[in-house]
Design a protein around this ligand. Structure first.
Ligand SMILES: *Cc1c(COP(=O)(O)O)cnc(C)c1O
Length: 370
C-alpha cells in the first residue's frame, strides 16, 4: 500500500481544470435588487395551466419515478410521429448534450461548433477530454462552409443550435441538409433545437426528418423555453435506436423526476399554449426590433432572430456594458456576454409587451444621453 502523505490532495484532470463553469442569466442587480429577468430566455407567459395542474398526478415522493419516462416519450412520439424507442428524455436537454459528447468523443478527438454558440458545448467537449474547436461565424450567423472546412479525421461531434443562442440566427432547411450531406457518416451532428417551437411550422429546419433517416444525427429539444418549464428540468432527444441506446447507458438512471414527467406529458397535450407563446413572441419581437431599428443612427444593430430573444450590438457611443448597467438600474436584467467574446452585445429575452416597450424606451434614453 502507498504510504499516507498528508500534503497531497485530489487533483482534477487537466481537461476538467480547464472548464469555466456555466454562467447562468442573473435575476438580481449587483446591489441585490430583484430585477425583471430578461436574461435567461424564459417564457414571460409562464406555463400551460394544464401542465401545472398535472403536478398533482405525480405520485408519491417516497417512490422512484419511471426510469424511462415512458408516458412522456409516448406523448412526444405521438405528437411528432416518432417511435418512442427513438426518444430519450433528459434532465433538461443539457444532460443530453453533455452525454452525446461523452459517448462519442474523448482525449485526442475534436468537438466542433460555431463561434458565438451555446456556452455548454465547450463544457461538454472539455469534460470528456476532447478538444473544443470553434468555426468562424458569418456576420454572427452560422457559416456551413467554415464548419465543413474544419471537419477532419479527429472530428467526432458537431453541435449546432438552430435557432442559435446567443445570436438568434437561423439556418434554413437547405443549409441544414447541405451540412449533414457533406459530413462523414461517423461524425455525429447534434442539432440543438431548444428554440424550435418559436419557429413557424412552415419554416421548420428539417432536422427531425434527417434524424428519422440517418444514424449520425441527434435532435435535442427542451421544455425549458417555449413550454415555460425551465424549473422542471426536462428535455428530450431523438435519433436512430442505436444512438438512443448508447445515450441511455450514460444518462442518470432516474434522470427526470416524477413531477417533471407528469407536468411535461401534460404540456405536450396543450399545444395551444405553444401556439400562443409563439404568436406572442413573434409580435413582441417584431415590435421591439422596430423600436430599436429606429435607434440605428445611434449605432444600435439588432441581429435577425427566430428565437425568443434578440442580440443587440452596440456600435456607437453607448456601450453594451453601459446599456446593461443602465437597464439594471431601471429594473431589467439582460445578458451581457464578454465571456463569450461579445463585449459589444446584449442578449435580451422577449418579455411581455409592457416590459419590451419599457426596455425600448430606456434604451432610447440611454443612447440619447451617451
Ligand atoms: C436554453 C438552451 C438549452 C436548454 O437547456 P435545458 O437544459 O433544456 O434547460 C439548450 N440549448 C440551447 C442553445 C439553449 O439556449
Amino acid at each position: 500500500m502507498r504510504a499516507p502523505s498528508m500534503d497531497k490532495k485530489p487533483t482534477p484532470k487537466p481537461w476538467i481544470a480547464a472548464i469555466h463553469a456555466y454562467v447562468p442569466g442573473k435575476s438580481r442587480s449587483t446591489d441585490g435588487r430583484e430585477l425583471v429577468k430578461l436574461s435567461a430566455n424564459e417564457n414571460p407567459l409562464g406555463s400551460s395551466p394544464a401542465a401545472l395542474a398535472a403536478r398533482a398526478d405525480a405520485g408519491q415522493p417516497c417512490l422512484y419515478p419511471d426510469p424511462d419516462s415512458t408516458a412522456l416519450r409516448e406523448r412526444l412520439g405521438a405528437l411528432y410521429g416518432v417511435d418512442p424507442a427513438r426518444i430519450i428524455c433528459g434532465t433538461g436537454s443539457g444532460e443530453l448534450l453533455t452525454i452525446s459528447a461523452s459517448a462519442f468523443a474523448g482525449p485526442g478527438d475534436e468537438v466542433l461548433y460555431v463561434r458565438y454558440g451555446f456556452s455548454l458545448y465547450e463544457i461538454a467537449a472539455r469534460r470528456c477530454g476532447a478538444t473544443p474547436v470553434e468555426a468562424p461565424d458569418a456576420d454572427y450567423g452560422t457559416d456551413v462552409d467554415a464548419l465543413l472546412a474544419l471537419v477532419n479525421e479527429k472530428t467526432r461531434v458537431i453541435f449546432l443550435a438552430n435557432p442559435n443562442n446567443p445570436t438568434g440566427s437561423f439556418m434554413p432547411r437547405e443549409e441544414v441538409a447541405r451540412l449533414h450531406a457533406a459530413l462523414p457518416a461517423d461524425v455525429l451532428l447534434v442539432m440543438d433545437q431548444a428554440y424550435a417551437e418559436y419557429v413557424a411550422p412552415e419554416d421548420d429546419d428539417g432536422a427531425l426528418e434527417l434524424a428519422e433517416k440517418h444514424s449520425n444525427i441527434l435532435v435535442t429539444r427542451t421544455f425549458s423555453k417555449a413550454y415555460g418549464l425551465a424549473g422542471e428540468r426536462v428535455g428530450w432527444g431523438t435519433g436512430a435506436p442505436e444512438l438512443i441506446e448508447v445515450l441511455n447507458r450514460l444518462r442518470g438512471p432516474f434522470n427526470v423526476n416524477a413531477g417533471a414527467q407528469a407536468v411535461a406529458a401534460a404540456a405536450v397535450e396543450d399545444q395551444s399554449f405553444i401556439v400562443h407563446s409563439r404568436d406572442h413572441n413573434k409580435n413582441e419581437r417584431t415590435r421591439f426590433v422596430a423600436a430599436l431599428d429606429a435607434l440605428g443612427n445611434h449605432g444600435l444593430r439588432v441581429l435577425p432572430s427566430e428565437a425568443n430573444f434578440v442580440l443587440v450590438l452596440f456600435e456607437g457611443a453607448l456601450t453594451a456594458e453601459a446599456a446593461h448597467d443602465g437597464l439594471a438600474q431601471r429594473g431589467y436584467a439582460t445578458r451581457w456576454l464578454p465571456g463569450q467574446g461579445l463585449p459589444q452585445a446584449l442578449r435580451i429575452t422577449i418579455g411581455t409587451r409592457e416590459q419590451m416597450d419599457d426596455v425600448a424606451l430606456i434604451l432610447r434614453e440611454l443612447t440619447e444621453q451617451a
